[in-house]
Design a protein around this ligand. Structure first.
Ligand SMILES: Nc1ncnc2c1ncn2[C@@H]1O[C@H](COP(=O)(O)OP(=O)(O)OP(=O)(O)O)[C@@H](O)[C@H]1O
Ligand SMILES: O=P(O)(O)OC[C@H]1O[C@H](OP(=O)(O)OP(=O)(O)O)[C@H](O)[C@@H]1O
Length: 208
């Protein structure tokens, strides 16, 4: 069988993803959460794991630098990468939401300024409602934007709601549910069919 390169999102969901791979029978002897190493081979030599920034996983997979990837639905949606989304790994569960001050009206409000780490997602969401918006791309601490007048509202991830609450903001509109997904490069799906399907099957078993 051909070796599979699997791109895994660094950060919040990395350790749980590794645990899931272990449950699926894919073991990495030299992996530790503190390690700065970026490439690991599994004990059977079937899988090469590469650690990349979450936002870059769809890029690696779309371009075939990785055959498969483990990444949040948020980054898949933002990238619009042309990949197969195969499995919901049910990790990193949260939601996209429009948020802002409770009295802010977002319906039919053309010209709204929306700050987000996910400007493409924000744009599409409002476009579907027939509202044109201006987006401002931020890379973190997005909840600050309405507080200091950089934007009217934000489109961001909400899990417990603590970050919104502690900054005096509220969910104004719920959007898509997010979780970690398994994605596959379209060419690898065919050319490395046996290895790809073996890994999908192992992960499916690990999820049960
Ligand atoms: N509060 C949250 N609760 C649950 N899952 C989350 C939460 N925030 C993010 N996630 C999920 O975990 C993934 C990784 O989150 P993480 O914060 O590590 O990435 P990031 O924001 O891209 O990292 P960085 O802070 O380095 O830019 C996200 O893409 C998303 O799918
Ligand atoms: O609803 P909660 O449980 O409070 O979680 C939501 C927060 O988590 C994420 O931020 P992250 O920790 O990735 O920080 P950053 O985006 O500001 O870097 C997200 O962007 C929210 O700010």
């Amino acid at each position: 069988m051909e070796r599979i390169t699997l791109a895994l999102a660094k950060g919040r969901t990395a350790e749980e993803s590794i645990n899931l791979l272990e449950k699926a029978g894919i073991h990495f002897n030299d992996f530790t959460a503190e390690s700065r190493k970026l490439v690991f081979n599994d004990t059977t030599g079937k899988v090469t794991l590469i650690f990349v920034k979450a936002v870059d996983v769809p890029t690696y997979v779309e371009n075939g630098a990785a055959d498969m990837g483990i990444v949040g639905k948020d980054n898949i949606m933002e990238s619009q990468a042309d990949v197969y989304e195969i499995l919901d790994l049910k990790l990193g569960r949260c939601k996209f939401a429009v948020a802002g001050f409770s009295d802010h009206h977002i319906s039919g409000n053309n010209g709204l300024t929306v700050a987000s780490k996910y400007p493409a997602v924000a744009k599409r969401h409002f476009q579907q409602k027939g509202t044109s918006i201006k987006t401002i791309k931020l890379n973190g601490s997005v909840e600050l934007a309405p507080l200091i007048g950089l934007a009217d509202v934000i489109v961001d991830i909400v899990e417990t709601g603590t970050t919104l609450h502690e900054n005096g903001l509220e969910v104004l509109e719920e959007m898509e549910s997010i979780s970690t997904r398994l994605i596959v490069n379209k060419a690898s799906f065919t050319t490395k069919s046996e290895s790809v399907h073996a890994l999908i099957h192992s992960l499916q078993t690990g999820l049960e």
